[in-house]
Design a protein around this ligand. Sequence first.
Ligand SMILES: Cc1cc2nc3c(=O)[nH]c(=O)nc-3n(C[C@H](O)[C@H](O)[C@H](O)COP(=O)(O)OP(=O)(O)OC[C@H]3O[C@@H](n4cnc5c(N)ncnc54)[C@H](O)[C@@H]3O)c2cc1C
Length: 499
Amino acid sequence: MRSSLNAARRARELDEARTSVVDVLVVGLGVTGAGAALDAASRGLSVAAVDAHDLAFGTSRWSSKLVHGGLRYLASGQVGVAWESAVERGALLRHTAPHLVAAHPYLLPLTSDVGPGEAATVMAGYRLGDALRAAAGTPRSLLPGPSRLTAARALALAPSLRPHGLRGALLSWDGRVVDDARLVVAIARTAAAHGARVLTRCRVLALAGDGARVRDELTGAEFDIRARAVVNATGVWAGGLVPSVTLRPSRGTHLVLRPGALGALRAGLHVPIPGERARFALVLPQADGRVYVGLTDEPLDGPVPDVPEAPESDVAFLLEVLGGVLDRPLGRDQVAGAFAGLRPLVDGPGGAGGATADLSRRHAVLRSPDGVVTVVGGKLTTYRRMAEDAVGAACPHAPASRTARLPLAGAGPVRPGLPRRLVLRYGAEAGAVLDLTRRDPALAEPVAAGITLADLVWAARHEGALDAGDLLDRRTRIGLVPEDRAAALPAAEAALRCA
Ligand SMILES: Cc1cc2nc3c(=O)[nH]c(=O)nc-3n(C[C@H](O)[C@H](O)[C@H](O)COP(=O)(O)OP(=O)(O)OC[C@H]3O[C@@H](n4cnc5c(N)ncnc54)[C@H](O)[C@@H]3O)c2cc1C
């Protein structure tokens, strides 16, 4: 397949990249950089896109996986951001990634912490969000409108809620990506199908407007990649390559609960944070049965780590907030894992000293004096628009962006009768993954969290996974629970051997 990424293709294209001049060098292969590589390649430009680690190594794999409609930005008066989010959500649901992004229901339980006045305000906000959906051209069939539920109905959808004092719930819908790292992989593979050279384990040591000094992290070899335009999409690390870019990273922590920890949960939850008006923690059931609970927003001081830690204070805070609506609060022993990500928030005027939660979620495209275009801030939801703006700034004479309706790898008709799990992960490619197990039934062997050996072999052959970490921590999310990761390590190594 032209979209297949693997070790052999990396070796070949790395040689090509160091001996030619490309139209665009993209640094960083999170959602933004992968998006920029696709945007540029699909405009017909030659592209090299590099990451120091792996696809989705940075913030892009630590999100809440919401494809926001922008309601929360309306509430804070950021109308432009809200509109952009609603439009981009519609593009993902309708055209680019209908196999990876779908509507998901959320309940706001009406407990004593949510007075009737606040409930009415929140419902008015949901209706405004629904109007934004309609204005952005997303049909109700893809994203239903809000409604108010009785307590009995709320308990049917979320049986672990405390029934005592429950007046009902507000039901709203928003977009959700099945796995943020999979979205990045799909974007990067689509870029590769359009001719982009997608090169992981290539760290940029120094960046200028005409290229970069790069180190192959697998061999230690250093070389130059020469380019006519350069896009820096390194998220929270952007200032390390372009010192004029200043960010105020903020840490967001999620807990990982095992399947069943909150009973047969059929909707997400917005859980009021006591003492704060219209701020909610999120309970996010995942396709693999695990449940994430988020989300904190704490400024990060000091150096930016490769992989942020989720501190115990964040874990305790989230458990306490969640306990406020549960019939039986959860103990620390019911938390199977936790992860934290760093928001690449742009430090704007008045930002210094204020709460990071109040910083704008708008993205910025910044040009350094030597011509490097940095794209930073924003959200997973708006990656396509960020990429379009960055490539437009870096290559003003290039043809117009084509990505608004460009289907990502895996979008398209699905062979009937395939297992739902495979269709949710692979869309139109589900049949090809199943065929692996037909040819070699041993690959149907379960590994962990619903993943089989076939998933791992597919990831090494077609999704650019180069080692066990790529397989367990990004192509699958087995690694979110440390003991599952340890148990799955031999299978990951076996999959790499037979890829
Ligand atoms: C906790 C949390 C929850 C969030 N939830 C949501 C949500 O639900 N919905 C939503 O829309 N948005 C959400 N966001 C925002 C969203 O996740 C981010 O805005 C987005 O993922 C940033 O992507 P990026 O590609 O810009 O950066 P990253 O994903 O961080 O990518 C940067 C890449 O650059 C690479 N890199 C760094 N330095 C170098 C170098 N020198 N050479 C080569 N490569 C380098 C890194 O390895 C990394 O892969 C959330 C953010 C956080 C922190």
